[in-house]
Design a binder for this molecule. Sequence first.
Ligand code: NAD
Length: 490
Amino acid sequence: MQTQVSSFPKAVKNSKGIPVTICHGDGIGPEIMRAVLDILDAAGAQIVPETIEVGEKIYLSGNPSGIPDEAWKSLRSTRILLKAPITTPQGSGYKSLNVTLRKVLGLYANVRPNITYAPFVETAHPDMDVVIIRENEEDLYAGIEHRQTDEVIQCLKLVSRPGCEKIIRYAFEYARAHGRRKVTCMTKDNIMKATDGMFHRMFREIGAEYPDLEKEHFIIDIGAARLAQTPKRFDVIVTLNLYGDIISDIAAEVSGSVGLAGSANIGDQFALFEAIHGSAPDIAGLDRANPSGLLLAALQLLVHIGQSSVAENIQNAWLRTIEDGVHTADVFVQGKSKTCVGTREFAQAVIDRLGQKPAILQPVAFNNKPITVKTKQYQPAVKKLMGIDVFLDHKPRDPEALGMTIKKLQTPNLELQMISNRGVKVWPNGNPATFCTDHWRCRFKGSGNIDHNHILELLAQLNLADFDVIKTENLYTFDGEPGFSMVQGQ
Ligand code: NAD
């Protein structure tokens, strides 16, 4: 089987180190970034910071993306971004800078470790150590939404085979590279059998290539509940974009350390590292912010560019600082913590402990294994046109009358099979109790070989009869398997 290797290209080192684009961000951003860069510098990280300005100032200067051309230029050259949080101005017209960066830079994997540091940081789950790997580009986040009738708006959920394959392989490779034992997949494939079903099926298929790792699957609702109640049972979780978005916040919240979590956004060509919290305007400029989330993200960056031993040294010093009870206000607990420090003092405390290891918490040992994702080349399936779903905007809530009228308009090649409303069959033999909106789907199946001319003929008939066709979906089989879902009640 042919494979396509997609690994992050080796960063280009100049005489001083690897150029990294740095965004100081808004609110507490500049304070925590200063603290992080001081720690990296003291530990001997070989990076050359290239500062860019993105975010609030750029938005307010009239650039709705928040990202000026110079920033793109730096990103294209370094391909690595360490980003402090950004303030998104209130009001419509401003695009989410984070979503833009993820999509434009192809950052398909969002990696969020959630670890607790009990007994030094308060938490209800002392043994939690879960990494959530979330698909970052597809699913309902494709941003394709349409109002189709007075009553109904649609959001398209797009899930691709290459998208599933890349994130699932990334999760297994990540688990191996980091000495993890188990990968859990979460989907809702009991309902979304085609989209989530493909994600689950590919998890099973690809998982078979990793006999050294335990595999399991949860339906997302019970999976999220278990994650909140018994996070200890999970190790690495891989899931689709929306579920990943939700469960990463659940995991961060139950770990009790939202201010301590960093995340990595990884693509084939680019990578972005950031804290999971926002710009905290309420404490901006007060030297009170905890720089740990951004610091731990920066350590993921160092591992990513092959400077694992520097990352290890910093993380162990940081664990020692936490263990010594030197805490910023957000995690300080009277009687448990020893010293309440500001951002700068905290950074200095970490620097003072470089070379030390924690005495009680587990010291970290990163390895330098790069994560390489090899994707398969699939043979395209044989695709055959079988029929069409025609969606109508039609006000009278009378499925019987609609069915009888449309039946008369069918063509010799395309026969009306059924009509559904919000996915429930309402004609023929619908249940009178089913509530109907103004959004109807009429399914026509072909007799014999059909082509696009037969479809145009049917649409012309409906148009002549003054039906408002709002959209159509062709019905195909792929290698003989239906590529469309059945209808509830069909
Ligand atoms: P937030 O995370 O900024 O703040 C929530 C609460 O947590 C506040 O009380 C804040 O003081 C506290 N907090 C956050 N980080 C902290 C830290 N490092 N140390 C100590 N306390 C900390 O969330 P928000 O108030 O909803 O959002 C503020 C702004 O940040 C908004 O403009 C939002 O759009 C933006 N935001 C940006 C990102 C990003 O750039 N990745 C992420 C989330 C929110």
